[in-house]
Design a binder for this molecule. Sequence first.
Ligand code: TRP
Ligand code: ZN
Length: 880
Amino acid sequence: MPQNAPAPILLADYSPYPFQIDRVHLTFRLDPEATRVLSRLEVTPLDPGRPMDLFGEDLKLVHDSHNRPKLAINGAAIDAEPLDETAAPYAKGIRINARDIPNEPFTLTCEVEINPSANTALEGLYMSSGMYSTQCEAEGFRRITYYPDRPDVMAPFTVRIESDEKVLLSNGNPTASGPGWAQWEDPWPKPAYLFALVAGDLVAHSDAFTTASGAHVALNIWVRPGDEHKCDYAMDALKRSMRWDEQVYGREYDLDVFNIVAVDDFNAGAMENKGLNIFNAKYVLASPETATDRDYELIEGIIAHEYFHNWTGNRITCRDWFQLCLKEGLTVFRDQQFSGDMRSHAVKRIDDVLMLRARQFREDNGPLAHPVRPESFVEINNFYTATVYEKGAEVIGMLKTLVGDAAYAEALDLYFDRHDGQACTIEDWLKVFEDATGRDLTQFALWYSQAGTPQVTVDDQMKDGVYLLHVSQKTDPTPGQDHKDPKVIPMATGLLQDDGRETLATTVLDVNGPRQTFAFYWHGDAWQQHAPATPAPAPEKPTPSLFRGFSAPVVLVRDTSEAERTVLLAHDTDPFNKWEAGRGLAKNVLIAAIVDDAKAPDTWCEALNQVLTDGALDPAFRALILALPREDDLAQTIHQSGLVPDPSAIHAARRRIKGELGAALAPTLTRLFEQMHSAGPYSPDAKSAGKRALRGAVLDLISLTDGGALASDLFAQADNMTESLNALTALLAAGHGAAELDAFYARWKDDRLVLDKWFMFKTLYAAPADAARATAEITTHPAFDWRNPNRFRSVLGGLAGNQAGFHHAGGAGYQVYTDWLLKLDPKNPQTAARMATVFETWTRYDADRQALICAQLDRMAQTPGLSRDMTEIVSRIRSA
Ligand code: TRP
Ligand code: ZN
């Protein structure tokens, strides 16, 4: 950490709050610029003699007619002093002196004024498109009123909203209402970060659900008038999620009503507020004309994710923010299981691993690397990361693999039984597994405390008729962690003979030391781990299929021969490793093209042709096989092999290989394009989506050889957004499509969510040398509402995704990107800091690019008033 870096908050400094909040009563008098929040807390001192610290930011304490602050205990006005740094670094708020606090239960009242219209940070209570909405995770409630805003303080809330807005919503059940007011009661004790309030001119798409034990639940999805016809899919996904959690985890819903609200301005995907989930509108609204298959899939997954939080996050929450993965890792794992059950496990797993490698591995191997459970942070909003979420989910998957499905189910039952209503830690979570299984999880716990992606090296040999797998592991140092211990790594392994016969079905090998050897003996017609009494003559050395299903978040280091990969691609019974073999072949071809100018080998084209024409394979799976590794992935691979990636060369070579592949496979591609056509109306189901995905992947290659003719036709005819966009992206990636892009704008300029896609294409598909200029230009468009996070992310995220454009020599891409981060930061530090993480890969590149990126990092670091969020991210990236 550089010298002027702010001091971090430490896990080791945790101490419990010395008061219990028995009940919270809140009254909101809503006003766009001057909302009054009256709070009445029923409090029991737990450790008499201690002062009471309440967090609060940007609050105006209201004064009475005698100019006394409206802050009172048992009705008597009291004074408070500002919180000092000893309470918690940077925490703003007030401290009530111990001498003013009774030694018995008391009532604390206060009244503050806040300004929702001025709130552009989208944390706390804010206005978005004329409606009131809240976002309190992680520490936004302190922008609403003075409160012990920490997750281990849980209380039941009663909320009264006074406003002329049509719809007034909060957590829990509606208990009373009249003209201009409504009251809500949430009987389940909850931390303040799960508080929510919504008020506005909204309409509901309503339905109902009967729980397994017969309770009736009213379901509503609240949207702006006109959008109510775009909610069917989200509602269907919600009902399927509710049923699934009953059937798979035995978890029922626990209130009379479940509300979801879609809002336009939102910093993330969605938020699991108790009984009142608030969503980024893009993860709710869908119609065949406006949403792609991918959008539908994300809606299903995020609706499930937020719903599943009701048990994993809300009923059982986190003791402190260091434990974030307790709720997020588990809930991601659960939503992945759900999506797999709804669609295809193989395809879902491949998608999840692609994303893990693209985002989490990159994070884990760079300056922002941190453990799944961090031990220090400056700004908690900077820790909603791929490591906490996605690696956190992988850790749970490994635990399940190690203990087995039955023990996992038992442990989860015990978790819900033992900890319902509590704020827990990772230690609590692991203890449940230890108690349920009798296993010692001390070594496994390293997955939570040690950052970095383990590299597992595997060599194999035949020795005296015995097949040996030699396995070793190592993890490179990460910032602040030089020493790494060996981890417990479940290595799901199968063996195949050259003719494709599987001679060892999936077997989980427990890798747990720095180096180990696993032996396999031939018996009958298969390999086994125990030496038979009478040794049989062994056949040829098998091909190992390692880390089946991607059984651990590690990098496999192995000199896999092309012959081995070809056997696995053709014959592996594990779909993940079948795909992985194809992936490995494609990567080798691309690297050879980038580094040595090599052409696409015939053998590779033929192997792909085989897979593509195998009608027994799911089209969605075939589409994944055909999708070549992306430019950023190739840059990372080249970097890890000790070379310096050149983004322009990567872009050009990848495009050339796609063209050669397209030419080699032309007849197959044309045939598949026809075969994958579905007649009839659009349906978002996985099977139809898979056909469209394959059709799109095929079109992408065809468009490099036919001048875009076929894609232009499809664009003109398509009656759904998926095929329109498949056509448009194929055209743009091939250097065509300017007219189509204009037509797309003309058709969709009044639909915010679709227009975001157009904005993204303007930068994502700009010619590399022109990307910076194109970005500067599009940001002058009247519809570029940069305060809207979706719009900002479309344009700037599009630029960052345009690898060759962003990294174009000269640094104009870095410059314009940084200009916009600095403009956004004072308004919305959370989103600015998140977007600044694209620079985490800077050490990969050549000296010129490194200097250009560092100049921008330094420019940000030296900007007066830079937010704490950005200061932390920029200084961590820079210290690489
Ligand atoms: N808890 C949310 C989820 O994963 C995400 C979240 C955290 C969030 N902080 C946020 C959402 C800020 C919006 C804004 O489901
Ligand atoms: Zn979550």
